[in-house]
Design a protein around this ligand. Sequence first.
Ligand SMILES: Cc1cc2nc3c(=O)[nH]c(=O)nc-3n(C[C@H](O)[C@H](O)[C@H](O)COP(=O)(O)O)c2cc1C
Length: 199
Amino acid sequence: MAVTLPANTQVYLNAIAARRTLYELKPELPADVTLENIQQVVQSIIKNTPTALNSQENRAIILIGDAHKKVWDHVVKAIPGENGKKRPTSARDEAYGCVIFFTEQNTVKKFQQDYPAAASAFPVAASHTTGAVQINSWTALETLGLGCHLQHYNDAVREALNNYKIPESWTVNSQLSFGIPIKSAGPKLFIENPVTIFK
Ligand SMILES: Cc1cc2nc3c(=O)[nH]c(=O)nc-3n(C[C@H](O)[C@H](O)[C@H](O)COP(=O)(O)O)c2cc1C
């Protein structure tokens, strides 16, 4: 049974529901969106998305222009087969830019050393928190009117980033390409999946 929620809560839920995978993009920003807006959004999400024991191992960079093209061109060349090249080619040619999400592994190791009884939990928690950062960023960028899709060409992207002085300890988790969406997402099928209250 649907209940009426406070307006702020409903706005938040609407943003989550509106986030979709949008593959068909053009390499521009909406007229009222600047690169600094995108930077601010990702910066705020990195800062405020929680981490285990406030370990703060999430990192991100934004690539546009030549840097974006070079990294994706490297991925296109690294992936065998025409089929496999489809997504990286579209990221290179049709996205305006991308956000690359990382985990800073020295931080994770330090927490493992400092809390040995929980050592095995920190890499798992790091994986959870980067997922939260990625999906928070994806949702927020789409509220700016951008279209985004999430990819995982992590090894090839890491190789390509060797030109950009990214610390060795930053491991690549994913790439969120963004641009102006030129086609909306199709319908999405949902399973019956209720959240049950037990008393
Ligand atoms: C953790 C995660 C990993 C994903 N990896 C990829 C990926 O590597 N390539 C891709 O094209 N889409 C990827 N997606 C997009 C999903 O396929 C997509 O979110 C899902 O089908 C639901 O569609 P929607 O995003 O339109 O709601 C990923 C999504 C999530 C949440």
